[in-house]
Design a binder for this molecule. Sequence first.
Ligand code: BG6
Length: 510
Amino acid sequence: MTPKTPAPCMVVIFGATGDLAKRKLLPALYNLANRQRLPEEFTVVGAGREPITHDAYREKVRRDLAEFGPPVADPALAAWFHARVFSAFETPDDLETYASLARRLNPSDAGSAAANVVFYLAVPPSAVADIVGRLGDLGLLEEHEGAWRRVIVEKPFGYDLASARALNQRLLAHLAERQIYRIDHYLGKETVQNLMAFRFANGIFEPVWNRRYIDHVQITVAETVGVEDRGGYYDRAGALRDMVQNHLFQLLALTAMEPPNSFQADAVRDERVKVLNAIHLCTPEEVMMSVVRGQYAAGDGLPGYRQERDVARDSTTETFIALKLLVENWRWADVPFYLRTGKRLPARVSEVSVQFRGAPLRLFRGQAVGDVEPNVLVMRIQPDEGIALRLQAKVPGEQFRLGAVDMDFDYADYFESRPNTGYETLLHDCLMGDQTLFHRADMVEAGWTVVAPILDILQAAPSALLHPYPAHAWGPAAADRLLANDGRQWRTVAHHSSRGRHDRSASQGV
Ligand code: BG6
């Protein structure tokens, strides 16, 4: 067991007045303070572009927390937290900002908050390498006498394989890999981590977790919102870069990985990266057969993607993507993994569903019992976190009929919920020096390698594979054909509620 409270330390947030800092990072730090997960000697230092005094910054943090943080239950704790907030950017002079930061961080001050430092780069990707370069040149990334210096880098990590490699190289010129924490907020979600608990703490699933028993896997990450105010960023990214290369690939890796030898960070990350390295790299012809892109049209009183702010009127960026991948290893050969994600879809749902093969002998064939649905194990990541196993049961009555029923575990029924932004675990892990839930350089590059054949096609023909879809539909019809061509269909993802449990619409014979 690792100790629960980190050593004295300082968190320096670059982009301190930005959206991420106010909506997620500061509330997450505050929640950690509330759970006694921060050391007594702790400081938050904001750094950014616009000059702001300590007092003004502290006041801003107070306002942001009032808006985005949990309700203040303990005024003494709130006072403790606010007294630890400082600004490193009191002047408009960029050099002076770094100089003031350097004065704050005294490497010889071993055992003080200023010796152990996390630099959180909540800044646009183009600024990351420069900030790390400057910190490195000033010697602020050097670790002295057991003290540590760590850097958290937000996604997107690169734009393609070449830029991700270049960024890795620039960071590694100033930092060791063990100092770099490439964050993926999906890995901070409890239910994503639960994929590992579920697989490796329950011996009954492992024997059937392979190609002999599993027909295919579906991973869905659906959002109801459009691009909102992020058109400028999103129009250059699209769903493939924004969601698939990172979040969905991590869900796939956790579902498909081999059991690690231990829960040490690199043992777990080695297994995750092996899965990504085993994904079949599509030829251009295969890309055309196994990828569908979509873009939401206007509807339901909402603008279409091309009408959104900061989006090109003739944009060919996808807001939906569905793809079929094959993991070419002993366990998964020939088991398709179907991934789909998109914006302006009918529900906000993230889930991994594992569809098992049918019973070996179709005993009920011709018996007028209704179709025999195969078993499906659904791991719901959000909302309504939980796990359900779909089984076949006899419908009561004189006639022998089958109906689908769910054996259902709902997180909310067993565990108390508490204020959570999704960043608490990741920030705490970083303060503790645990890199398990962060991307390693090779993982990022493996992810980009898999999507490279798709990006190549799009570079040559930007509108390739793109279909419009109506607002609040499950993407374009071509996404259904992707599975229909294999004799399969997307699972009907219904909004699940722990109270009105069973989704009878999807059952038969009931
Ligand atoms: C982000 C993407 O990484 O994840 C966004 O950039 C997306 O486009 C978001 O909306 C989804 O996260 P969550 O936690 O709401 O599923």
